[in-house]
Design a protein around this ligand. Sequence first.
Ligand code: E4P
Length: 217
Amino acid sequence: MKFFADTADIDAIKDLHDHGMLDGVTTNPSIIKKSGRDIIEVTKEICSITDGPVSAEVTAIDAETMIAEGRKLAQIADNIAVKVPLTWDGLKACKALTDEGTMVNVTLCFSPNQALLAAKAGATFISPFIGRLDDISLDGMELIADIRTVYDNYGYETQILAASIRNVNHMKDCAIVGADVATAPPNVIQAMAKHVLTDKGLDAFLADIKAAEIKIL
Ligand code: E4P
């Protein structure tokens, strides 16, 4: 499973990259607002860190303006994936931009039918939101599994980019049900390294290293 960082925090993106944990980056208008930076400028900087897909979201809601914005975003770097909302206009923009050779990430997906439409429109990525479904007592992971089944039934190549990930269990379950990509806040990816028995075992080894004065360098 590929890991995308769901952030515009440059230091966090560099840290994941240096650990071999960065396969791409996703942003959205809320993430850009949080960064306090110009969307073009910060997206360009992110693209200089990773060769993987970097999602940048359009701001318009009509297809023609989305396409124009998408063309501008695609000029930032070769690895831009233009993010469009899963609306009827968004699907039209997806088809047009895909036909021009641009990667498209269709976002705000909450049902298997929406995911089926995105695949037919040629989306490179579909972004189903797990956490926001869980927030309203629905089952976000069931959506990922259902989309996996639908795409496999028909051989669609659109990649399932599990989004709105809030915790390490979401990451584990995405890997089990077969999401192609999980985009998560950097702290969630870091937390995957943690285990209480790892900490306990390391404490015991450190005590023995000290007691036996074991030295390598
Ligand atoms: C990523 O593409 C999505 O915009 C993001 O994962 C949404 O996460 P949130 O529901 O925590 O805002």
